[in-house]
Design a protein around this ligand. Structure first.
Ligand SMILES: Nc1ncnc2c1ncn2[C@@H]1O[C@H](COP(=O)(O)OP(=O)(O)OP(=O)(O)O)[C@@H](O)[C@H]1O
Ligand SMILES: [Mg+2]
Length: 489
């Protein structure tokens, strides 16, 4: 503690006490009573001797450090200064009757305005102020004690001890509370940080899952690419052949028209006889084989349009299939998504199976990530084709059957993809959704297809089940909640 020097009294000591009194006799009394308060411990030194090894005995030392001022205004100034110096007063002995502008009660109120913690002992004469009036005046606080003059020394000492001790305890409770608040704050901060970290990790995991899904999708598109190229190549071939035929036919017809013009001009000018002209025209008609051209051109045009239509359908399906994964779910037509997937996967199934669809035309739109859902359908359809091929060989006499059905349930859509392949062995049924479980040869399957299917359906809050019997075939049943998808039409 910094020692304070008081010009008026010259008293120095421990807890700071301010005496506000204009009577030199009273000042001397306070100095005598409080200035020699030896043989007592300061509250800060009182420790629990049972629990604290470093506990000291109640030490001796001057407990109080006393300053004195004569006027209420000075008291307020000195208390403010003490706070600013970091060496605050704990207790004020305040005479009720003071010289100068404000009396003891006013000064006391001002003091609490400066330092609400400060303890005050108000010293009144017998007839100074009735207690009720005082209570009404100062809005009684618990850091106030009133003693009446003339007082005993022991009264002053007791008041000084208990009020400074109270001041100290109040302060240390506040310190502990604030330390506790800091600890709670630190804990909350640590918790918030841990939460934030967890959130970041979840986000990172979701990102990785999305990337994995995208990688699998790209891989699937890569694998489908050869088949799709073949699917596009066939119609391209006959569109090209037909276009060549139309070009040749057009050239022949143009040549024929020009020759016709020459014959007619000859007849008009009289250099060719009409009969000879007509004869010539029929010869040219025969030579150009115009009957054939007239018969075949419409077919060639129809076939070309059909081929272009098929190419356009495959390209559109590819585009729809590789729909860029958006963060937002989209209202999606599952019938169309299935149609698209069946088209892009055609080369995977067309040699071993027929695909039959039985779509609910009233199927509402479903809120989903269409890219992921296409991926789900693709994996199940390709699995079905592989299963049928494994049972019947790659080029079977009689093709297998993949049956795709959609139905609306109450607030869900159901998709059922069924094959008449070999079925799934009882021992494998529990494992097919496990990542990397495969019964296929090395290089043919990675065992990720159904794991991905499961993750996507779960992510959509949907449901997936498998109904399979060895020798009969397998059905995958998916249910997706409609979400905010709007009814079609
Ligand atoms: N329709 C089905 N009929 C019979 N067995 C099936 C069928 N669908 C899946 N299975 C079995 O489930 C296993 C796991 O399928 P999944 O799609 O997860 O992996 P995969 O097809 O082996 O490899 P990937 O899809 O990664 O190329 C398959 O290896 C197969 O044994
Ligand atoms: Mg698979």
């Amino acid at each position: 503690m910094k020692a304070a020097q008081n010009a008026t009294t010259g008293i120095t000591g421990g807890y700071r006490i301010l005496v506000v009194d204009d009577d030199p006799h009273m000042l001397a009394t306070f100095e005598r009573i409080l200035g020699n308060a030896d043989g007592l411990a300061r509250p800060s030194e009182i420790r629990d001797p049972l629990n604290d090894a470093a506990s000291k005995p109640l030490s001796t030392g001057v407990l109080f450090e006393i300053d004195a001022v004569l006027r209420g205004e000075d008291a307020v100034r000195v208390v403010r200064q003490g706070l600013e110096d970091g060496f605050p007063f704990s207790l004020v002995f305040m005479d009720l009757k003071l010289p100068g502008g404000i009396d003891g009660v006013e000064a006391m109120k001002d003091l609490w305005g400066v330092d609400p913690r400060i303890q005050v002992v108000l010293c009144t004469g017998v007839i100074d102020l009735p207690w009720e009036d005082l209570v009404a005046e100062i809005n009684l606080r618990d850091n106030l004690l009133v003693i009446k003059k003339p007082f005993d020394e022991i009264e002053v000492l007791q008041a000084a001890y208990s009020m400074t001790c109270k001041w100290y305890l109040q302060k240390s409770v506040e310190t502990q509370l604030s330390a506790l608040e800091h600890r709670v704050e630190a804990r909350s901060r640590a918790l918030a940080e841990a939460n934030e970290k967890l959130r970041a990790e979840i986000k990172e995991r979701e990102k990785m899952e999305t990337e994995l899904r995208l990688a699998h999708k790209l891989e699937a598109i890569g694998q489908l690419a050869a088949g799709i190229a073949h699917e596009i190549n066939t119609p391209t071939q006959y569109v090209s052949d037909n276009t060549q035929f139309l070009k040749d036919s057009f050239d022949t017809m143009v040549k024929m028209l020009r020759q016709t013009r020459d014959v007619i001009q000859g007849i008009q000018s009289g250099s060719v006889a009409p009969e000879a002209g007509a004869q010539k025209w029929f010869e040219m008609f025969e030579e150009a084989d115009l009957d054939f051209i007239i018969d075949e051109c419409p077919t060639a045009i129809d076939q070309s349009l059909d081929g272009l239509g098929r190419i356009a359908k495959i390209v559109r399906a590819m585009k729809e299939f590789s729909h860029p994964g958006s963060e937002q779910k989209t209202a999606t037509d599952l019938n169309r998504a299935l149609e698209t997937t069946i088209t892009v996967a055609r080369n995977e199934w067309k040699y071993v199976a027929e695909v039959e669809t039985d779509f609910d035309e009233e199927l509402p739109l479903v809120d989903c990530h269409p890219g992921d859902i296409n991926q789900v359908f693709l994996n199940i359809i390709v699995n079905a084709a592989h299963a049928i091929a494994a049972k019947r060989g790659e080029n079977p006499e009689e093709k297998g059957r993949i049956h795709v059905v959609t139905r609306r349930l109450d607030d869900e859509c159901e998709v059922r993809i069924e094959d008449n392949g070999p079925g799934i062995a009882e021992a494998h049924k529990q494992k097919i959704f496990n990542p990397f479980f495969t019964t296929k040869k090395l290089g043919k399957g990675t065992g990720q297809g159904l794991a991905l299917v499961h993750a996507v359906i779960e992510n959509h809050g949907g449901f997936i089940a498998v109904d399979s019997e060895e020798g009969r075939g397998t059905a995958f049943i998916l249910r997706l909640p409609l979400g905010h998808g709007m009814a079609k039409g």
